[in-house]
Write a protein that binds this ligand. Structure first.
Ligand code: FES
Ligand code: FE2
Length: 449
């Protein structure tokens, strides 16, 4: 009989920062803090413990705004796509008035998925189990043999699909939240909107997805890639050393920024943008130079550093990478404490010439598609992180996020008053990860609603 369940049981008190950590020793049954008050130490159990994972579903994924798609994927009335919000299957549809809606993809009769396709166009959704049919507003519009099998007692108006109460978009990015009391999307994104606008509104017409969505699974907790994309530049020379040697990427200096803007959101990049090695060269360089000049004219010389914008994470599980060669959006959908399903897209500026769209898409696939050289590097390491923490001993102790402690300042001090958030005086810092985990802890303990 296993006793590990009792030994690792966490009470909510254990999540509550700040508390002084008592040194745990292997085999200790004592509860300890999971995230230190400054975010510089994170208990390994937050990456493996099933109870903590379940709590995340309630405290984080049922509360936060989650990325569910891009407006360019839903161009017309009736356009739909299916995805998930954490583990809950949903589909997003443009209804007959053109409004974006999202529904739990579960029939109100016996729960079957009513939308079975990844994407497409439809006026209605017929459940394949017994044939109940719903329209794009989620209303139940048809029940086979209604009068015969249900008689008068059945009210189909009571059986519409469960609708996600909040759906909104910013710069083409569509988010949804299950929380009826959620702040507006703009409030949720807060100061991150400034940096998102720099990335998404560089050209007239905004952005679009090209080439559909890549989906694959790997064995890692969702927070490991989310915190990596929050601005882990320190890993590049080591994890991606081969890509640097082959000329797919320039060597990394310590010159650049990491910025966090509140609510766990952050961005970071080396100066001039990553992925600018010589192995793949396209005219995208010229396009970026043009964009840089426009932003400098608007925000001053400091803006030069923000084209491309770099990597970033919108808390909790949406990340992006805007480089000197391509741009990708991705979502780390949790599939249990030790598994994620990655959804990844290549995103381009709509007004970009077709040949550059094709070139950036190709470069994206080569670098960060499911078999991309950098994606493979990261995926392999991330799975080893997870693997090393799943055992009885491996799940004990803390991971370290102390890099750059005490070197933070308001971003405005470094870049000027237009630039919000907090930054550091160097690229390699774990300030963004600390901000991510502080926010994580505040939600898990209800310190912040
Ligand atoms: S489960 Fe959908 S009609 Fe029965
Ligand atoms: Fe990486």
């Amino acid at each position: 009989m296993s006793s590990s369940h009792t030994e690792t049981k966490i009470s909510l008190d254990a999540l509550r920062p700040p508390r002084v950590r008592e040194d745990a020793h292997i085999g200790s049954h004592a509860a300890q803090d999971l995230v230190s008050s400054d975010g510089s130490g994170v208990d390994r159990r937050v990456f493996v413990d099933p109870e903590i994972y379940q709590l995340e579903q309630q405290k984080i994924f049922a509360k936060c705004w989650l990325y569910v798609g891009h407006e360019s994927e839903l161009p017309d009335r009736g356009s739909f796509l299916s995805t998930t919000m954490a583990e809950d299957p949903v589909f997003v549809v443009r209804d007959k008035e053109g409004q974006l809606r999202a529904f739990l993809n579960s029939c109100t009769h016996r729960g079957a998925k009513v939308c079975r396709a990844d994407s497409g166009s439809a006026n209605s959704f017929k459940c394949p189990y017994h044939g109940w049919t719903f329209n794009t507003e989620g209303a139940l519009i048809s029940v086979p043999r209604l009068g015969t099998v249900y008689g008068d007692c059945f009210d189909r108006h009571q059986h519409g699909l469960r609708e996600v109460p909040n759906v909104d978009s910013f710069g083409g990015m569509i988010f949804a939240s299950w929380d009826p009391a959620a702040p507006t999307l703009k409030e949720y994104l807060g100061d991150m909107t400034f940096y998102l606008e720099l990335m998404l509104s560089r050209m007239e017409g905004g952005t679009e997805v090209v080439g559909g969505v890549h989906k694959w699974t790997i064995d890692v907790n969702w927070k490991i890639p989310a915190e990596n994309f929050a601005g882990d530049h320190y890993h590049v020379p080591s994890t991606h050393g081969a890509g640097v040697d082959m000329g797919y990427r320039s060597p990394l200096s310590n010159d650049g920024y990491c910025i966090h803007t509140g609510n766990g959101h952050s961005i970071g990049t080396e100066r001039g943008g990553a992925q600018k090695g010589d192995a793949v060269r396209t005219d995208y360089d010229g396009f970026l130079a043009e964009m840089r000049a426009q932003l400098v004219a608007k925000y001053g010389a400091a803006a030069e550093d923000f084209v491309p914008i770099g990597v970033g994470t919108i808390f909790p599980n949406m990340s992006f990478m805007d480089t000197a060669r391509f741009r990708t959006f991705r979502v780390w959908h949790p599939r249990g404490p030790g598994k994620i399903e990655i959804h990844s897209w290549c995103v381009v500026d709509k007004a970009l010439p077709d040949e550059l769209k094709a070139a950036t898409r190709q470069t994206y696939s080569l670098a960060f598609g499911p078999s991309g050289i950098f994606e493979q590097d990261d995926g392999d390491i991330w799975q080893s992180v997870q693997d090393s923490m799943k055992g009885y001993v491996g799940r004990q102790g803390r991971l370290n996020y102390e890099m750059g402690l005490g070197r933070e300042m308001p971003t405005s001090e470094r870049y000027g008053s237009a630039f919000p958030g907090s930054t550091s005086d160097m690229l390699m810092t774990e300030a963004n990860q600390r901000a991510f985990y502080r926010h994580y802890a505040s939600l898990m303990t209800d310190a912040k609603k």
